[in-house]
Design a binder for this molecule. Structure first.
Ligand code: BGC
Length: 358
């Protein structure tokens, strides 16, 4: 009898352990806290990588992820964020399309005490932004400027060299940092006459490219060639703040017959596959490598710290004022990639396979 009772007890214990185990499993698959990730567009390779990396990392940390892309349409992004707020997201990560147009929807997030992290691009004029994570945008510009100084040997060469300038979208806070960093390096050479901008277009507003559009950059480069370089005048260098513009610039240059040694030094940013291929073909000189895996991992660390009420890691408390005050920021470090180091940076690190770059 005693034996029977003992066996029954063991059986009951086993069944209940099994049941609890099942319940636990159900909780972790369904019950993780929900995090919203709002990305600007699928059009650019980098945002697809950013979104996918973040989703993977957040899920691995046990969160449920609502990842949305807004087709570069502001109204779509606003309604996606609205939906994240009402559907119970406990934190929202946003790479904005227009950093100045999310104030109203984010008021709602603030009322509901949902923390917001600005991803890569700062969200302006709202106190609903808790943190910002990005690559050092000013440094992106200085690396591009320094690359030009080194490539043309501006310190020693007599020059003058002809330069044209392209930067990004005026509604993207980053664009002014990229432009500012590069121009801080190049301006002394422009002032001394070693670099000459034949078009005369140097001010931010004159060289900005709405939506970072490849087509817009191509059109402007075509016009610049027609007006200033069609007679064979040498164009030595084009500063482009990113790859989507550089690709348009390359199209215009190739279309106008620039090739080989005549091809100007041309900068970029993101290491998009098309641009890396152009680098290998000699129709772009360099790109800035911003390893989206690093940024995604950093943001996941920040999200987890916020949700758990722990100290959130930041390393910059002075640079990024969004109009309501300084936003505590984590800055990752960008590096340049060109034909001399792309294998180590991009292939050996597993960012791309060699086949993707063929
Ligand atoms: C990002 C760049 C990107 C550009 C266009 C900027 O805010 O920092 O990496 O090339 O947007 O999408």
């Amino acid at each position: 009898m005693k034996k029977k009772l003992f066996a029954l007890l063991i059986a009951v214990l086993m069944v209940s352990t099994l049941l609890v185990g099942c319940k636990k499993k159900e909780n972790s698959s369904k019950g993780g806290k929900k995090v919203g990730v709002a990305m600007p567009t699928k059009d650019l390779q980098r945002w697809n990588q950013d979104g996918e990396n973040m989703k993977k990392e957040l899920e691995a940390a046990g969160y449920v992820v609502d990842l949305q892309y807004a087709n570069n349409d502001i109204a779509t992004q606003v309604s996606q964020i609205e939906n994240m707020i009402t559907s119970g997201c406990e934190a929202i990560v946003i790479a904005s399309i227009d950093g100045g147009s999310l104030g109203t929807v984010l008021k709602e997030a603030k009322t509901k005490k949902i923390p917001v992290i600005a991803y890569d691009r700062l969200i302006m004029d709202t106190d609903a932004v808790s943190y910002y994570a990005t690559f050092d945008n000013y440094m992106v510009g200085t690396i591009q400027g320094q690359y030009i100084v080194d490539k043309l040997d501006l310190k020693n060469a007599a020059g003058p060299f002809n330069l044209e300038i392209f930067t990004g979208s005026p509604d993207d806070n980053n664009a002014r940092f990229f432009y500012g960093g590069a121009m801080d390096i190049l301006n002394p050479y422009i002032d001394s006459g070693k670099l000459v901008v034949l078009s005369g277009q140097k001010a931010f507003e004159e060289v900005a490219t709405l939506n970072w559009s490849t087509e817009e950059a191509q059109k402007r480069m075509e016009n610049l060639i027609t007006a200033n370089y069609a007679d064979g005048t040498k164009l030595d260098v084009v500063l482009s703040s990113n790859d989507s513009c550089a690709i348009g610039i390359t199209n215009a240059l190739v279309g106008a017959g620039f090739s080989g040694n005549d091809f100007p030094v041309l900068t970029g940013q993101d290491c998009d596959i098309t641009s890396v291929k152009n680098i290998l073909a000699g129709t772009q000189s360099m790109s800035i490598f911003k390893d989206t895996r690093t940024l995604a991992a950093q943001v996941v660390t920040m999200v987890s710290a916020i949700i758990k009420g722990e100290t959130v890691p930041v390393n910059d408390n002075k640079t990024y004022d969004n109009g309501t005050g300084i936003i505590p920021t984590f800055l990752c470090e960008p590096v340049f990639a060109d034909a001399s180091n792309y294998e180590k940076l991009l292939i050996d690190s597993g960012y791309y396979t060699a086949d993707q770059l063929k």
